[in-house]
Design a protein around this ligand. Structure first.
Ligand SMILES: [Zn+2]
Length: 466
């Protein structure tokens, strides 16, 4: 057989088959045609020698933000970080798809559509029927499901539970950044989310971000979260390894519109107001997100303040609020059977500059908190199963030709391949266009937009079957 692309001489780690050693991956027609030893270089149109590197299935980032125009740069930032597939957790889905089409860098993208009662619903307490209609529209628009952003814009617990219920009835995906009018984006909101889900399926987003020390130490809160998730195995979750968070600096009537932003100000003794925000930027606690040289950078002090003011406060902002001990506990905690308690390592990144899953994940391996095969599983195979991406998460024969190659010492990605096409090599992004992972209901929209697409198999996903 003649391969289109042969990735040779790397150390291949494949969670599905358990392959963990020297090997070659041959790709043909966008699929893995062969995983094995000493595949002859003459058998391929194009050969890349990756001796000394680790070769894994294409990294799947299970939680990113690339939906709004100012965040479309996130596609290229992800490709640079070795990501091949990602799920946008923001929306609106129309904007995610437009970004994918124009700036997709050859990546595979699925998108959730945000539902915020009182913000993008007709009423603050939407009925089942109204939510059903929104979900139908989101799915027809190409979304994989819904996202609840209670942490930033809380709804009542009742309205929140109704969104979860509607998504489950439809068999689509639903993820929750926890928090309601009763709790917040914290460990109490996390426990409430489990309660609101009941027997329904739910993805609890970025568990680490709720362990910032509201009621106990962050590490103790992380241990409590682990215990709770062990008892709620019908839920799926992910956590990330970045120190900074990402939220909005936008202020309305003298107040930050996001509750997360208000809490971050309070954490360091700043007033949760526009004035307090200004002081936090000047003092270096709040880092303003700025587009520079094809990526988002963080700027603080007077320079950050001036940018924030001239944008009428409408910028993104990050605070260094994530606890290291908590993130390590959540990244490595296991069930008695060896499965991970938190299913995946994500970034909550994309355009938020913290696509550090390989860099920091490899540091966890050096520390002995994870092995390479375990890290690879959390970055590829597990997220593929969570979302029902049944052709992804493995470099076994027949799977999509998605591959990430990484330097095991620095954790720096060297190569990213999406469906047999190189999208990034040695830090240079060369991928174009994009591929949509949606549901059966979204295929028509993808066709209309001219975006190649396929339906995820949610009925077979970990989300619906565990
Ligand atoms: Zn997020």
């Amino acid at each position: 057989m003649k391969f289109d692309l042969l990735i040779k001489n790397g150390h291949v780690i494949d969670p599905l088959s358990g392959y963990d050693g020297k090997g070659d991956v041959g790709i043909k027609d966008g699929k893995v045609a062969k995983l094995g030893l000493n595949l002859p270089a003459s058998s391929a149109d194009s050969v890349i020698d990756v001796d000394g590197f680790i070769v894994m299935p294409g990294v799947i980032d299970s939680h990113v933000h690339v939906s709004s125009p100012e965040r479309w740069v996130g596609f290229s930032m992800m490709a640079q970080a070795g990501v091949v597939t990602a799920v946008d957790f923001g929306g609106p889905i129309e904007s995610t798809l437009e970004g994918l089409k124009r700036f997709g860098c050859g990546m595979n993208i699925a998108g959730l559509h945000t539902v915020t009662p009182g913000v993008n619903t007709r009423t603050a307490d939407p009925s089942f029927e109204e939510l059903d209609e929104i979900a139908e529209r989101a799915l027809a628009g190409g979304a994989l499901g819904l996202k609840i952003v209670g942490g930033h814009h809380p709804s009542t617990p009742e309205a929140t539970a109704r969104i979860i219920e509607v998504a489950n009835k439809k068999g689509c995906y639903v993820a929750f950044h926890v928090g309601t009018t009763r709790t917040g984006s914290n460990i109490e909101g996390f426990f409430e989310a489990i309660e609101l889900a009941g027997k329904n399926r739910l993805h609890i987003a970025h568990v680490n971000s709720y362990c910032r020390g509201l009621t106990k130490t962050p590490a103790q809160e992380a241990l409590d979260a682990v215990e709770a998730l062990k008892k709620s195995r019908h839920l799926v979750s992910e956590s990330y390894l970045g120190t900074i968070n990402g939220t909005s600096a936008h202020c309305v009537d003298g107040l930050p519109s996001s509750h997360v932003t208000r809490n971050c100000l309070k954490m360091r003794g700043f007033e949760p107001t526009e004035k307090g925000m200004g002081e936090a930027i000047l003092k270096g606690w709040a880092l303003i997100q700025v587009l520079r040289g094809g990526k988002i950078e963080l700027v603080t002090g007077q320079e950050g303040y001036d940018i924030w003011k001239s944008a009428d406060t409408k910028t993104g902002v990050s605070f260094p609020v994530n606890d290291t001990a908590a993130m390590h506990i959540l990244a490595s905690a296991k069930m008695p059977d060896g499965e991970f308690v938190v299913d995946a390592i994500s970034t909550d990144g994309g355009a938020i500059p913290r696509n550090v899953q390989l860099e920091r994940g490899s540091a966890l391996v050096k520390l002995g908190a994870l092995t390479w095969p375990e890290l690879v599983k959390k970055l590829t195979y597990n997220p593929a199963r969570m979302f029902g991406f049944t052709h992804k998460g493995s470099v076994s024969e027949g799977f999509d030709g998605d591959v990430t190659v990484v330097d095991p010492v620095s954790g720096k990605p060297y190569l990213a391949v999406s469906r047999g096409q190189i999208i990034m090599i040695d830090g240079i992004v060369v991928g174009k266009g994009g591929f949509l992972l949606t549901t059966e209901k979204g295929l028509k929209k993808a066709e209309e937009l001219g975006i190649p697409a396929e339906a995820a198999e949610l009925d077979k996903s970990l989300f619906y079957t565990r």
